[in-house]
Every structure is written in C-alpha cells, then in structure tokens.
Design a protein around this ligand. Structure first.
Ligand SMILES: Nc1ncnc2c1ncn2[C@@H]1O[C@H](COP(=O)(O)OP(=O)(O)OP(=O)(O)O)[C@@H](O)[C@H]1O
Ligand SMILES: [Mg+2]
Length: 253
C-alpha cells in the first residue's frame, strides 16, 4: 500500500488535506501513519485530533547533533543516505515517538528547538532514511506532511515514496510550484496527482487553465469557513466531511 507525500506552497492546505485523508482512511478501516516532516509548524496533531508522543523521532535517536554528526560522516564518504534504520513495519515502531489513536498513528521527524541550532538537513536526511526503510502492508498507508515549497524534492525525501500529491490553492505561486513539482516527480519516476483546495468554480477554472495539462487533478475541495474556524480554534477537523475523498484514495491506490 502507498506511502504518499503531500507537497505545496505555504498555506495551501497540506496539513488539512493530510488530516482529511487520514480520517477518511481510518473510517474505511485502514491503518495509517501520519508523518509530520515539517520542522517548523507545530499543530498537525491538533488538526488531526491526536495527542503527540513523548518524543520526536530525532529526539528519540539522540537529538539533532548526533544525527548531524552521522550525516557528516556519510557525506565525507561521498554518500548521501544515513542508513541508520533496518527494514521496519508500522507494528514495530516505538510508542516513544509514535502516538496511536486506534489505527491512526502520528510521528514527528524533528522540530527546530533553539535559535542558532543550524540548518534542517539532519531532519531531511533522517526522514529520507525512515521512508526508505519503512514497509507498508495491505490496508496500511503512510501520509507525509511536508514543509512549504519543494525543498523535500532536493533533499531526496521522495526516494522511498510511492505517490506525490501537490495541493494548489488559488494563487499564482501554488500553480507555478505545482507545475514544478510535477516535473520533479517525473524526473524521479514518481506518480503524481494534484488536489485543488480552497477553490470555488471561478478560481477552479482559472487554475485549470494555468496548470500543465498533463497533470492529473485527483480531487477538489471547496473553501470551507468551518475548516478555517476549526483551525483558528486549534480544534480537529475530524467532523468535517468532504465529498470526493474516496475517489482520491482509489486513484492513489
Ligand atoms: N478547504 C479549506 N477551506 C478553508 N480554509 C482552509 C481549507 N484548507 C485549509 N484551510 C485553512 O488554510 C490555512 C492553512 O492550511 P494548512 O495549515 O493545512 O496549510 P499548509 O499548506 O499545511 O500550511 P504550511 O505551509 O504552513 O504548512 C489554515 O488556516 C486552514 O484551516
Ligand atoms: Mg502544514
């Protein structure tokens, strides 16, 4: 079953769509791990309606300095993969860094914690290694929320991923980034689909005219004041039902 990476410009709705898909998959009887690979934003667990675990993956493995040192060793050998994990499955991940709510798990790769702590490359390398080694069985999904933009393509996060979804909200930047993400996904032979978010019929038409016509639009989510209000309050969007999510899931699968 798929490991799906969700990308898009800042604020386009990546974390919202990850949460909507995760809740829908859970209702459909799947086991899902949501991975937060955004090193800045802090509230994906609230949108999902799940507690955080005790630690991030990076914290559990000894912290950023240790991972950075390992990464430096790897780079000095002329390699780029950390290779610190053996093959893993959803069943043998520690609850020290994964919190579970029935069949929905939540894991944070690592967060920026201190001023002047250095770049986020160790988080990227750790995430890449994790996705390269985690295996998903039938009826299991991994949904990966990412930081804004396309840095995760450069960092190689997509290496172990099966499907890229880019979210486009009504903005020129979102459209340009989606066209770029499509090209980058093709470079790596990854399947690609696009979800329009926060649209109405007028903005949907303009976006479609500007997108690369070879891109598959796999879903459309209208602007919803309820989603925006729940986010403002810091509440879960568990109660929000969006039409067409099962079609998105069937397409990806
Ligand atoms: N369909 C929608 N209708 C109304 N508001 C929405 C919709 N989707 C997302 N939002 C709102 O837009 C804002 C940004 O959404 P979200 O945090 O999911 O974006 P993001 O792409 O993850 O942002 P970031 O790049 O900062 O990680 C939030 O306030 C969210 O509630
Ligand atoms: Mg986000």
């Amino acid at each position: 079953m798929p490991k799906v990476l969700i990308s898009g410009r800042g604020g386009s709705g990546k974390s919202t769509v990850v949460s909507l898909l995760a809740q829908r998959l859970k209702r459909n009887g799947n086991k899902i791990l949501v991975v937060d690979s955004d090193e800045s934003n802090l509230c994906l667990n609230k949108i999902l309606g799940i507690n955080k675990s005790k630690d991030t993956l990076m914290g559990n493995l000894g912290g950023k300095k240790l991972i950075r040192d390992k990464l430096m060793e790897v780079v000095q050998k002329g390699e780029s993969n950390l290779n610190i994990f053996d093959e893993m499955s959803l069943d043998n991940l520690s609850e020290e860094y994964v919190s579970w709510n029935d069949n929905l798990g939540f894991l944070e790769i690592g967060k920026i914690e201190h001023s002047m702590e250095g770049c986020a490359c160790p988080m990227g390398a750790l995430a890449r290694d994790f996705f390269n080694h985690i295996k998903v069985n039938k009826d299991e999904w991994i949904l990966i929320d990412t930081e804004a933009g396309i840095e995760h393509f450069g960092r190689g996060l997509i290496e172990g991923v099966d499907f890229i979804v880019t979210i486009v909200d009504p903005s020129e930047d979102a459209i340009l980034l989606a066209n770029k993400a499509f090209d980058l996904s093709l470079e790596d032979n990854k399947t690609f689909g696009l979800i329009l978010n926060k649209v109405d019929r007028a903005s949907e038409k303009i976006i479609k005219n500007k997108l690369n016509p070879n891109i598959s639009i796999i879903g459309t989510i209208d602007y919803s004041p309820d989603i925006a209000m729940l986010n403002l309050k810091g509440d879960s969007i568990d109660s929000i039902l969006v039409n067409g999510l099962n079609d998105v899931i069937n397409y990806i699968n």
